[in-house]
Design a binder for this molecule. Structure first.
Ligand SMILES: Cc1cc2nc3c(=O)[nH]c(=O)nc-3n(C[C@H](O)[C@H](O)[C@H](O)COP(=O)(O)OP(=O)(O)OC[C@H]3O[C@@H](n4cnc5c(N)ncnc54)[C@H](O)[C@@H]3O)c2cc1C
Length: 340
């Protein structure tokens, strides 16, 4: 066995339940799973996957991904969520793709920068946020992105390629990253002001942010952990902006974190004039149950796992909503949820 081959084998976990890697808590056993912690490990993994004829499937925190009940044996599921890195540069902050978005809001809390407040309690990694232009009300990742950095899955030997904002083709939950075989490995985010920190204070801040990371797919744990961080910060004398408290009130009020889900299932269709949740309400589908899955009785665009749901239960509810919305409003809603 060559050392390259050995390194590849070490990156693997075998026969892993994907349900532990999605906020739906759904997904059968994957034959192959890898969590590369560095770009070098990622390159080794891609090379090995190609040699072994495996099909790599990339995810982040699995907060927008429905894994299958019976994953394809030839698929290599991999996530960059263990690769968390920050670098402070003049006018910008480099953040690696695996970093949870909510840590950006904590960075803003500790430095007095409000540009990232919208990422607070937005489950998911920066890489996926860049991929699908994650959005909270009127704020989205494209507002703060300066340059994304990608590796071409099909030609990893080309190395890291910068993609400036102007080439990202951003729209509503849409981007060039959704059309290209690219892995986002990090991004430079614009800083409205440079934090006044010494190199040592900067290192301490980044170490503190990494220590705050909670790698979990269990939504109530996620919610408790990060809301509590605001109390901790307040006690340490940091000023907690009202915007962060508003996020807690809004998301808590919509019961976003009470049951396993992936948040909104469908993109809004802005030509219709009403959000998807309202349309689902109007056709009386709130609370509809199939198997272990239910359309939330608080929010028509959220399908929850109410206990033991299968991927097929969620998919059946997705199809039901699509059929009824098409019959009533004349269009087929497009899932925002990534169904593997
Ligand atoms: C309670 C709750 C509330 C939510 N609220 C919001 C919200 O307000 N706004 C919003 O936009 N979303 C929301 N979401 C959905 C989800 O959190 C976001 O879509 C988030 O961006 C997904 O991040 P992730 O890392 O979990 O992505 P995953 O689900 O792991 O992956 C999603 C997609 O991104 C791709 N991807 C992942 N990492 C990379 C990468 N490094 N490079 C290229 N592609 C990549 C994957 O291939 C996949 O297609 C919510 C979800 C939940 C559970």
């Amino acid at each position: 066995m060559t050392s390259q081959n050995q390194r590849f084998e070490q990156l693997f976990q075998s026969n892993v339940k994907l349900s532990a890697y999605s906020t739906y808590e759904i997904g059968g056993e994957a034959r192959h799973l890898a969590l590369p912690r560095t770009i070098e490990e990622l390159s080794t993994m891609l090379h090995g996957a190609r040699t072994k004829g495996l099909n790599p499937f990339l995810f982040g925190s699995g907060s927008n991904t429905l894994f299958p009940d019976h994953p394809d044996e030839e698929m290599l599921f991999f996530s960059l969520k263990e690769h968390i890195e920050f670098k402070l540069l003049p006018g910008r902050l480099f953040v690696s793709a695996g970093t949870p978005m909510t840590l950006l809001a904590l960075f803003g809390l500790y430095t007095g920068i409000d540009a990232f407040d919208f990422t607070f309690l937005l489950p998911g990694t920066l890489g996926a946020g860049v991929y699908m232009n994650a959005k909270y009300f009127s704020h989205q990742i494209s507002d703060v992105l300066e340059t994304a950095y990608v590796i071409d899955k099909e030609r990893p030997e080309k190395g890291i390629i910068p993609v400036p904002l102007g080439s990202c083709e951003y729209g509503y939950k849409n981007s060039i990253f959704m059309r290209m075989p690219w892995i986002v490995v990090g991004a430079d985010l614009k800083l409205p002001v440079d934090p006044k920190l010494t190199p040592q204070e900067t290192d301490e801040l980044f170490a503190k942010l990494k220590a705050k990371n909670l790698s979990t797919s269990v939504l109530p744990d996620y919610y408790r952990h990060y809301t509590n961080e605001l109390n901790v910060a307040a006690k340490q004398g940091f000023q907690v902006r009202q915007e962060l408290l508003d996020v807690i009130a809004d998301r808590g009020g919509k019961l976003h974190f009470d049951f396993p889900s992936c948040g909104s299932v469908f993109k809004n269709n802005y030509t219709i004039g009403e959000p998807m949740g309202k349309l689902v309400d109007r056709i009386g589908l709130r609370g509809t149950i199939i198997g272990g899955a239910m359309i939330s009785d608080h929010h028509g665009n959220i399908i929850q796992n109410r206990g033991g749901a299968k991927a097929s239960d969620i998919v059946d509810l997705v199809h039901l909503v699509q059929e009824k919305v098409e019959a009533e409003f004349g269009f087929v809603p497009e899932p925002e949820l990534v169904i593997v």
